[in-house]
Design a protein around this ligand. Structure first.
Ligand code: SER
Length: 875
């Protein structure tokens, strides 16, 4: 039974039992606690937790999964995979064990036709309920049921979330895989292959994966690895021999010119190429791009590991795009979307391989030396410095270095590597840290006593408040007077503190006795706003009442730029694909800078289209809404969250029109029309797969365009043309200038020829050879070419030429081959002249150049060289 049939049989079996067929979710889970989707249940987590009401009570899916814990094991065993498909059926508070177990058994025995005599079942130690269902309802013989503990039969996501005891179904693969055991899978996991895990989701666990309570309902979450079922049904002995993965192995073999089964090293390499090839293809499909962070780093690791193993197997040409093609060929029939994105994926793969190929070669060369040295010094570990340098200079993921070291029988000093990495990070942090912001020790007591600052700035630009603290650099002070620059902490504020890329507000704060100018606003600690302000007049004290006014122009400019940033983010993802997510942003009044993940320049055409789209959204004057909601609701409506960012239970969502939804704490205009204009000013690369777009917004955008127009006017005036004619006129001018240059070069060439002819005919004869000595104050290149020409015209000759220019003089000496062979060297001839000019001589026996600053000595130098030449020719 091929994989596509198995998948379909599973899906339709449960569909016929009232399950809704739910598409696989992306490998990029919409869940900031998860690096990558690792189980079918991930997308249903809020249903299990009771945070959302499921739209259906029964579901079935074939979920693509990616597991990262043992990437380096893949290939070494016949079982480990990073990427796989998990077939699963789910019940959200509806049926439980009494249905889940019999259905699973029915599908395995009748649907797949596996002999029940080959099957075993494991249950959680204390789960008598499951035991009874298996024995009484399904009819499994009690001796085929083993009870196992927390390690084996209790399932959790690996992060906080739903969890529960589980029951697994195993297939006995037979004597090829070791002795039969009365304890079945309890003893020999190689012989007894787990093909299905039925989780009885009833508990909730914390970050330490400890159950801490019951879920509101009792649920079913099952997961069956498609590749393992295929192994059983296709009668092969490893997942790498099944149809899809086996196909990958075969293609990998063709690429490196080897066959699976040749020897252990080959098999290992081919398994790596097969698995990593599929894994990287699907990661890129789901919008991940190789990088040094998080998911991008997982992708980079598998790509680079695959490249290394392909090279080890002897393939020097690119391999990653070929592996993408193989995946698309083998999986495309079941996944038409994959075919559609094939070119894109192959392109990303090709670029990453290109980027790494040279570094790999150089890095491996160095590493070999380091390994030799470690061995010579009888050390069992490779120094952390080696791994650090490979990482820093050659982009070797640490895991790759560890693997290579371990292949060479060495361990790696990872503690030292870690130290060096954190030193580097610390250095970067120190460099970034702005002075005077290390007031944490001072703000803790304020926070403790008064709590966080109340922010009223979404609705108001002015507010009344109360001074809680004044911080002067690293001291807390009671009062500040005219000229002092301090951080002011208030109980409530209308000032927006820098965050989410948006700059902090500026404005004025006044008390009865003081006037302050706020230069910047930043959080001193999460939720505690610091107003960096200068006292312009009077004196301010802790306890004073103040009134605040945010600079409305400043804020309005920042709001325009912030909304423009959201529109831009949306438009980029819409046009380039889901991978084009935000990597960083800066929002200032009238200006934005946006960094995003993408692998190539946008090009003029794309940029023009993007500019049109942005302006179109502005002109449509869409509404901008902001509201607070639970994190899970925000997630369920698809609001963009930033991976790795910690969000509280309540989050703020900003929606622009009905297209852009982002979690965002910033301030925005009310309608896109208020943005006015978005003018893109630059697009470029700022690192591997990272691009930056800059734009001017609103008034600043208009001014930029006006300046451009004025420049154009000026050029037009100079050309005595209208702006419309400028481009064509300039093209003509440039073409004319080129033509002129060509003609001038021709004239120069001819005049050099003529000069050479003149000098040649005036050459003096010395002992059957000829000598030319002359001064021409031309550039050194022209001088050299004149010398060459002369040599060409004279049979056997020595040429000495000199030239003087601004503060520098040059000598060129040329000697025909026959004389050079007699031992006359142009370089030696020039030596006395060079000394006079205050420089050295370089070059070859047949042609040498020298030069020095003493240009007033040129005549003397030429004479000196001529003398030596004459002497040389007469002896
Ligand atoms: N969540 C369980 C697993 O991943 C069953 O789907 O094994």
């Amino acid at each position: 039974m091929d994989s596509a049939t198995i998948r379909e049989r599973f899906m339709s079996f449960f569909e016929a039992r009232d399950h809704v067929r739910v598409p696989s979710s992306s490998l990029v889970a919409n869940d900031p606690t998860l690096l990558l989707t690792n189980a079918g249940m991930n997308q249903f987590k809020p249903y299990f937790l009771g945070e959302q009401t499921p739209p259906y009570r029964r579901a079935v899916s074939a979920q693509r999964c990616f597991r990262t814990p043992d990437i380096e094991e893949v290939g070494r065993t016949a079982r480990h995979l990073t990427f796989f498909e998990m077939l699963g059926n789910f019940s959200f508070g509806e049926y439980y064990k009494e249905k889940a177990c019999p259905w699973a058994w029915e599908l395995v025995t009748e649907g797949y036709g596996i002999d029940p005599e080959r099957l075993w079942v494991s249950i959680f130690t204390t789960d008598d309920e499951a035991h009874d269902v298996w024995v009484d309802v399904v009819g499994v013989r009690p001796e085929r049921i083993v009870r196992l503990g927390r390690e084996d039969n209790f399932w959790a996501m690996g992060v906080a979330g739903p969890c529960g005891p589980d029951s697994e179904i195993f297939v006995d693969l037979g004597d090829r895989f070791g002795e039969a055991s009365p304890n079945g899978p309890g003893d020999n996991p190689d012989r007894y292959l787990e093909i299905w895990n039925l989780v009885f989701m009833q508990n909730e666990c914390d970050d330490a994966i400890e159950p801490v309570g019951d879920l509101p309902t009792r649920n079913i979450d099952t997961g069956s690895g498609l590749e393992r079922v295929a192994l059983v049904l296709q009668g092969v002995s490893s997942v790498f021999e099944t149809d899809v993965l086996g196909g990958m192995v075969r293609r990998a073999g063709e690429l490196v010119g080897r066959t699976y089964g040749d020897d252990d090293r080959t098999d290992m390499g081919l398994r790596i190429l097969a698995d990593h090839g599929r894994g990287m293809t699907w990661l890129i499909f789901d919008g991940v791009l190789p990088s040094n962070e998080k998911r991008g780093y997982v992708l980079r690791r598998v790509m680079r590991r695959a490249v290394r193993h392909a090279r080890l197997l002897g393939r020097e040409e690119p391999v990653l795009p070929e592996l993408v093609a193989a995946t698309v060929e083998l999986m495309g029939p079941s996944f038409p979307d994959l075919r559609e994105r094939a070119d894109f994926i192959a392109e990303v793969a090709a670029r990453e391989e290109e980027r790494f190929a040279t570094a790999l070669k150089q890095g491996l060369g160095l590493l070999e030396g380091d390994i030799e040295r470690a061995r010579a010094s009888r050390s069992s570990a490779l120094p952390g410095e080696v791994a650090f340098r490979l990482h820093d200079t050659f982009g070797f993921p640490i895991e790759l270095t560890r693997e290579i070291a371990s292949d060479a029988g060495l361990s790696l000093d990872e503690a030292r590597f870690g130290e060096l990495m954190s030193e580097q990070r610390e250095q970067a942090r120190r460099a970034r840290r702005t002075e005077g912001r290390s007031a944490t020790g001072l703000v803790a007591p304020v926070l403790e006593r008064h709590g966080t600052t109340e922010f009223v700035g979404y609705e108001h630009l002015d507010a009344e408040g109360h001074v809680l603290a004044l911080i002067d650099g690293t001291r807390s002070v009671e009062r500040a007077s005219e000229g002092d620059e301090i951080d002011l902490v208030l109980d409530r504020t209308a000032f927006y503190a820098e965050g989410g890329g948006q700059v902090g507000d500026r404005g004025r704060i006044e008390s009865r006795s003081a006037a302050l100018e706020v230069l910047d606003t930043r959080a001193l600690a999460p939720g505690l706003t610091g107003h960096r302000a200068v006292v312009r007049a009077g004196e301010i004290s802790v306890g004073d009442d103040v009134s605040q006014l945010v600079d409305p122009g400043w804020r309005a400019g920042a709001q325009r730029a912030h909304t423009a940033t959201h529109i831009l983010h949306w438009a980029l993802r819409d046009r380039l694909g889901e991978h084009a997510t935000q990597a960083g942003s800066l929002v200032e009044p009238g200006r934005l800078r946006f960094d995003f993940n993408h692998f190539e320049a946008l090009g003029r055409g794309r940029l023009a289209e993007l500019a049109d789209e942005l302006q179109e959204r502005v002109l449509q004057d869409d509404g901008v809404r902001a509201y607070e909601t639970s994190f899970d609701t925000a997630r369920s409506i698809g609001a963009m969250a930033i991976f790795g960012e910690k969000y509280g239970d309540f989050v703020r969502v900003v929606e622009v029109g009905d297209y852009s939804k982002e979690l965002c704490g910033g301030t925005h205009v009310l309608r896109t029309g208020q943005v006015g204009a978005i003018v893109l000013t630059s697009e470029g690369s700022i690192g591997a797969n990272l691009r930056r777009v800059e734009a001017l917004v609103g008034q600043e955008g208009m001014e930029h365009l006006r300046r451009r127009a004025a420049q154009l006017e000026r050029v037009a005036e100079t050309l005595r043309a209208t702006p419309d004619e400028v481009a064509e006129r300039v093209e003509r001018l440039v073409a004319g200038a080129k033509d002129m240059e060509r003609r001038l070069a021709e004239v120069e060439r001819k005049s050099t020829e003529a000069d050479a002819a003149r000098l040649a005919s005036a050459a003096v004869e010395v002992d059957g050879t000829r000598l030319v000595v002359a001064r021409r104050d031309i550039g050194v290149d022209a001088l050299r070419s004149l010398a060459q020409k002369l040599k060409g015209r004279l049979g056997s000759a020595v040429v000495v030429l000199g030239a003087a220019g601004e503060g520098r003089a040059n000598l060129v000496g040329a000697v025909t081959r026959d004389l050079a062979e007699r031992g006359i060297s142009a370089r030696e001839l020039l030596a006395p002249g060079a000394r006079l000019l205050g420089g050295g001589a370089g070059g070859k026996p047949e042609l040498a150049v020298s030069g020095g600053p003493a240009s007033d000595k040129l005549e003397e130098a030429i004479e000196a060289v001529a003398r030596v030449a004459r002497d040389a020719l007469t002896t």
